[in-house]
Design a protein around this ligand. Structure first.
Ligand code: DPX
Length: 560
């Protein structure tokens, strides 16, 4: 414990107090003293990224496993690279505490022109940019105010489940300030507005009472609950069928008797589309109905039939209720929902087996997905990149406890490599599988080197199908074909003299099976399996979905 406390120590102790074990960083001259302070105080371990975009995605992935994350970068040249990842954390509702070094306070307002800036002396523009993708933006300008500002940013991030922004001038990171007090108020939820909560629960009970065919539709923002129990409790209480949205794959146990698969319009699991679209009451839990989720605006439950329980608001029968969190609403509704005859027995879930192919023939997309699925156990997290990896992950059968992470709202390719690393660091007791296409991989490839550095045993399935296949199916052109790499060969370069990553090629089912066996035995680093798949070989659902989304994108402008 340091003898005197500084702004950097204060931040450091707070990060430990809110349950972080690690923070992620890229060094630069505006944050070096801050990084020293974090190391000295030592509540969390300092881990490094190859660049700031990767650092942001790593933190975003860590927050998925651990509830929150923190990252430290330098001013402008670092922070502006990271803004895409902070956009992701905002879109996906993940509290990432984003910290940037800032100019020396003596340079603020002095007219001095500093390096790493756009060449004028107004240094406020970085915070201004981040204001749009964070829930709280704190630019610290004195050590006295730093504790309150740091606390405000962290508290707001944890409560709203959004990223926050803290800028610490390079000459204040080591300036003396008070030591943090108990963490209580930072972790506490806001007290629910009881009147509004009671009214919402009453309206929801009326909705449940008056509908004949009810179904629960689980959306991706239920991740913020930190547990599936409240959803299972509600399903058990109401006794109705449960479907999950594509982005919410694994957010309801697939082994539960009420599970009826993925609802995704016409690319739903068998029976799920009819179930949801024929229901007269759809209880939607934290859904995001964007163009992708609605298959090009084709499949959103009509407002008259939907109860939408969002993170901070419930809408039912044309009225909205706010002032409480989803968790409080679900807890109260599970206790008070009227008893009604269970409808869960009226329908069945028929999982579709993933087809196999003979071991010696060229590897197919189906055979690859089938073998990956066989590897999944109750302690597996699959990180699936934007592209056909989504559709492959969605058709897998998950044992209880298995988890799928996608970034379907933000959908920035390259996310998955650092996000899988962050997730694996945040939950080291789980088996981590990454499914990523070649096009996406080319954006953030070098982060595999950090998996090697920190000996993180992620099993990476790289799909080498020579291009942006999802884009080929949506809107084809020369721009969808990429330079081929020897992806598995990269591992030798990243290993250099001391790494223990394994790079393998799989051109047949037999080669893939062999590679998976080697991956299971390699605990000292990632195993990278380059799966060679023909460009035209992808899931049927991708093709069907791609056509509908393309049609929605090409609607002509409406004439007045
Ligand atoms: C783009 C996408 O190879 O996967 O399965 O072959 O499609 P598939 P790949 O990783 O290709 C990904 C590619 C180019 N999207 O098909 S989804 C546009 C895009 C994006 N994010 C960013 N730039 C471009 N989503 C950062």
């Amino acid at each position: 414990m340091p003898k005197t406390y500084t702004v950097g120590h204060y931040l450091s102790e707070r990060l430990g107090q809110i349950g972080l074990k690690d923070h992620f960083a890229v060094a630069g001259d505006f944050n070096l003293v801050l990084l020293d302070q974090l190391l000295e105080e030592g509540s969390t371990k300092q881990l490094y990224s190859c660049n700031e975009l990767n650092c942001g995605y790593t933190a975003e992935g860590y927050a998925r496993a651990n509830g929150a994350a923190a990252m430290i970068v330098t001013f402008n040249v670092g922070a502006l690279s990271a803004i895409n990842a902070i956009g992701s954390a905002y879109a996906e509702s993940l509290p990432v505490i984003f910290v940037s070094g800032g100019p020396n306070t003596n340079d603020q307002g002095s007219g001095h022109i500093l390096h790493h800036t756009i060449g004028n002396s107004n240094y406020g523009y970085q915070a201004e940019m981040f204001r749009h993708v964070t829930c709280a933006t704190e630019v610290i300008l004195s050590a006295e105010n730093a504790p309150a500002q740091i606390d405000n940013a962290i508290r707001t991030a944890l409560r709203t489940r959004k990223p926050c922004y803290i800028e610490i001038p390079c000459n204040l990171a080591g300036a003396e300030c008070v030591r943090p007090g108990p963490v209580g108020s930072l972790l506490a939820e806001t007290t629910p507005d009881k009147v509004s909560l009671d009214a919402a629960v009453k309206a929801a009970c009326d909705f449940i009472e008056t509908r004949k065919n009810l179904v629960i539709l689980v959306g991706s923002r239920v991740r913020t609950l930190g547990s599936l129990e409240p959803i299972v409790a509600l399903a058990d209480r109401i006794g109705c069928a449960v479907t999950v949205m594509g982005a919410a794959k694994s957010f309801f146990p697939e082994t539960h008797k009420a599970f009826r698969g993925v609802y995704w319009g016409e690319v739903s699991s068998p029976g799920a589309q009819e179930l949801v679209e024929k229901a007269d009451g759809v209880i939607c839990l934290a859904p995001i109905f964007n163009d992708y989720a609605t298959v090009g605006w084709q499949s959103k439950p009509p407002a008259s039939q939907a109860l939408i329980a969002d993170l901070a608001e419930v809408t039912v029968d044309g009225k909205s209720y706010a002032g409480f969190h989803l968790g409080a609403f679900l807890a109260a509704l599970s206790e008070k929902a009227p008893s009604r005859p269970a409808t869960v027995e009226n329908t069945k879930y028929t999982p579709v087996a993933i087809p196999s192919s003979a071991p010696g023939v060229p590897l197919t997309n189906d055979e690859m997905a089938r073998q990956i699925n066989a590897l999944v156990d109750g302690k597996t997290t699959i990180t699936a990149e934007t592209g056909d990896s989504w559709f492959n992950a969605i058709r897998m059968h998950l044992p209880e406890g298995a988890r799928v992470e996608t970034e379907m709202q933000w959908g920035s390719i390259g996310w998955s490599v650092p996000a899988a690393l962050g997730n694996a660091i945040g939950s080291p007791d789980r088996q981590h599988i990454l499914m990523v296409g070649d096009g996406s991989f080319q954006l953030t490839a070098q982060e595999v080197a950090q998996m090697i550095r920190y000996e993180v045993p992620v099993i990476v399935f790289l799909v080498n199908n020579r291009g942006y296949v999802i884009e080929i199916k949506i809107h084809d052109g020369n721009y969808n074909y990429i330079k081929n790499w020897d992806y598995a060969g990269l591992i030798k370069a990243f290993n250099a003299e001391d790494g223990q990553g394994l790079g393998l090629h799989a051109r047949t089912g037999a080669e893939l099976a062999d590679a998976i066996e080697k991956a299971k035995a390699n605990k000292k680093g990632p195993t990278f399996i380059e799966c060679h798949i023909a460009t035209e070989d992808c899931t049927d659902t991708l093709v069907q979905w791609g056509k509908k989304v393309a049609a929605a994108n090409s609607r002509p402008p409406q004439k007045n």
